[in-house]
Write a protein that binds this ligand. Structure first.
Ligand code: 5GP
Ligand code: ZN
Length: 113
């Protein structure tokens, strides 16, 4: 989708600090980091939100979580890290292209705000 921010990052129409890429996924640093490590993992294909996925997307969703795991290792987050998908405005989703936040490098509180 040409008007989607993350599709434009995937297409390299908007610059981002890419830390990982494969055929299905792109990972890049969040422009407004909330932790020392804050990386966004997105599918290259436009999917608006987790709630828009189907059973056919199960392998892709698993793959995105494996990429998140890889990001944690690349950043030596052995002390702990958090993977978050905000779904819908009420949960804080501001970009309507599925993404997992990978956060680490500081102590995490629970419950999140
Ligand atoms: P959400 O609020 O949808 O869960 O997360 C969207 C994230 O995208 C936010 O953490 C925000 O800082 C990040 N973001 C918004 N615009 C850009 C951008 O242009 N580049 C990058 N790298 N991150 C962005
Ligand atoms: Zn998109």
């Amino acid at each position: 989708m040409s008007d989607c921010l993350f599709c434009r990052i995937v297409a390299r129409q908007i610059p981002a600090e890419v830390v990982y890429e494969d055929d299905l996924a792109l990972a890049f640093k969040d422009v407004d980091p909330q932790a020392p490590t804050h990386v966004l993992v997105v599918p290259k294909r436009h999917i608006p939100a987790l709630s828009e996925t189907t059973d056919d997307d199960a392998a892709l969703l698993g793959h995105l979580q494996r990429v998140a795991c890889r990001i944690s290792k690349d950043n030596a987050l052995s002390g702990g890290f958090r993977v978050v998908a905000n779904n819908g405005r009420g949960a804080g989703q501001s970009v309507d292209h599925l993404h997992y936040h990978v956060l680490g490098g500081r102590a995490m509180k629970w419950p999140p705000g």
